[in-house]
Design a binder for this molecule. Structure first.
Ligand code: FA5
Ligand code: MG
Length: 482
């Protein structure tokens, strides 16, 4: 069974074990150990030590702002000093939890989902049209409280998603949202049919379908608990939207004690809500992919702290199942907190890049951040056209080997790579590891594939980056180069 936020599906684990960043998560899941906040702050102190270095590089990093720079505080360049961080026009004190980096803060100004000709905005609008009378929210600041991102959503205190290795903290109580669900409670107090679109941030691995910044759309719909069964039956019967295309959907999920109905729910109302959820998402996918031939879609069980039962939808893409969304029946505690105790409802959170990869045939998630006209001019509002690959610039591959230590975490290593080389890194892979028989020291070798999407990189330039990486890895992670 798949597990929810920040825990990869078993299928993802299988494909992720070769990737940087997968191993620590896997280890945590296999040993059942969860990270405690007390141990986290030691890691955070390590981050604290590097902040001055980051500050220095921040001011020299190129800023790329979304076109309109009107009075939107999110478009103002963030500022970072040892004492404070200013983002979205607000200033926050730093502390031992602070681990946001200039590279990642810079992304908060881009707002790709608000640029009408960008594929992320095009797909957002297409999904809006599948949920016609829903209220839209799309300008929430990415800076949220840990209460909004975790506590309000029933995350346990020791949930691994809270770890500083997985989440970008501004300080102990303030963070960059890791999912659009951070706004669920607020928007549900305002309306019964809502869609929230936003950029979300996770310290994650680097590869073609994972990026530390991506976009999600959250959807939720609430029904009167007493009349839900009838209301839902009528609403599905009244749906006259015509869908075409040849999509093959498999759903073998059943409600089990591992993925249970909530005790407080009436069974018929819960089943109707779950059916309406899957019906709505199946219809959305049918509309989106009506031109696609023989698209394979499947539903699998999942777990999220804020829904039960829960599921994920996957699409077969380039021979692999790609997880595109998570969803479920909203935990009643959350509805009670939203002042909606007489309602029952569903929620989903989908990855816009993941859907766009399939819809536009975009081969690499980094392309969404490209400023290359050869990428940007291919797209028009409301139109789905397949991405035409332009010539790729040649890669430049470099390896780095070192003796790791007990504090070593691959997400921290990836973060240093990203800080130094940014989007020039196509992927980072662990290609070799062994333990010395006598000293018991663990040696690791990472292969870094440098390739720009916009230009040719020179060997001299990459050597310089690699040299900087070698220095920073020693300085920040206290490892010994081999
Ligand atoms: C969540 O974030 C839940 N908040 C979704 C949810 C909402 C569940 C409401 C229930 C109710 P998850 O961590 O699985 O779940 O992420 C949701 C989607 O975001 C994934 O299915 C995937 O499409 C996308 N996604 C996750 N990580 C990345 C990443 N690193 N890069 C790009 N897309 C990602
Ligand atoms: Mg998931």
């Amino acid at each position: 069974m798949a597990t929810g936020i920040f825990r990869a599906t078993s299928q993802q684990w299988a494909s992720r074990t070769l990737r940087v960043g997968a191993a620590p998560k896997l280890r945590t899941a296999l040993t059942g150990q969860t990270l405690k906040r007390s141990t986290l702050s030691a890691t955070a102190q390590w981050q604290q030590a590097v902040r001055p270095v980051l500050c220095a590089s921040f001011h020299s990093s190129p800023f790329r702002l979304a076109p309109e720079t009107a009075a939107n505080p999110l478009k103002e360049p963030p500022k970072i000093t040892a004492e404070s961080i200013t983002v979205g026009g607000k200033t926050y004190k730093t502390d031992s939890f602070t681990n946001v980096t200039p590279t990642v803060l810079e992304k908060t100004t881009r707002q790709l989902h608000l640029i009408p000709t960008h594929p992320i905005a095009i797909i957002k609008d297409l999904i809006y049209s599948a949920f016609p009378d829903f209220k839209h929210y799309e300008t929430f600041s990415p800076v949220v409280t840990t209460k909004e991102n975790f506590d309000d959503l029933c995350f346990s205190d020791d949930h691994p998603g809270r770890a500083v290795t997985d989440t970008y903290y501004v300080n102990e109580k303030i963070m960059l949202r890791t999912h659009t669900s951070a706004h669920q409670l607020k928007v549900m107090t305002e309306a019964d049919k809502v869609l929230v679109t936003a950029d979300v941030y996770r310290r994650d691995e680097i590869d073609a379908s994972h990026y530390p910044v991506f976009h999600q759309m959250e959807g939720a719909q609430l029904f009167d608990a007493k009349t839900a069964v009838d209301d839902i039956r009528k609403s599905i019967a009244a749906d006259t939207s015509a869908v075409s295309g040849s999509i093959h959907t498999t759903d073998t999920t059943v409600i089990t004690p591992e993925n249970p109905k909530q005790d407080c729910h009436d069974e018929a109302a819960m089943l109707a809500t779950a059916d309406h959820l899957k019906y709505s998402l199946n219809m959305m996918v049918r509309k989106l992919f009506s031109h696609e031939k023989d698209l394979q879609v499947r539903w699998i069980d999942a777990q999220f702290p804020f829904t039960s039962p829960s599921w994920e939808m996957e699409i077969l893409y380039q021979g692999k199942w790609l997880e595109v969304l998570g969803c479920g029946v909203i935990r009643q505690d959350i509805l009670i907190n939203a002042g909606k105790s007489d309602k029952i409802g569903w929620a989903f959170g989908l990855g816009l890049e993941r859907l766009a990869l399939v819809l536009f045939g975009i081969p690499d998630i980094r392309l969404f951040w490209s400023q290359d006209e050869r990428f940007l001019r291919q797209f028009e509002p409301s139109k789905i056209q397949k991405f035409k690959q332009f010539s790729k610039y040649p890669p430049c591959i470099k390896d780095i080997s070192f003796w790791s230590n007990d504090d070593f975490h691959e997400n921290n290593f990836c973060e240093i790579v990203r800080d130094i080389a940014g989007d020039i890194v196509e992927d980072v892979q662990l290609i070799d590891e062994f333990t010395h028989p006598k000293t018991k020291k663990r040696s690791v070798c990472y292969r870094i594939n440098y390739r720009s999407m916009d230009r040719n990189v020179t060997n001299a330039e990459i050597n310089e980056l690699q040299e900087k990486l070698r220095e920073e890895v020693v300085q920040r992670m206290k490892v010994e180069l081999r």
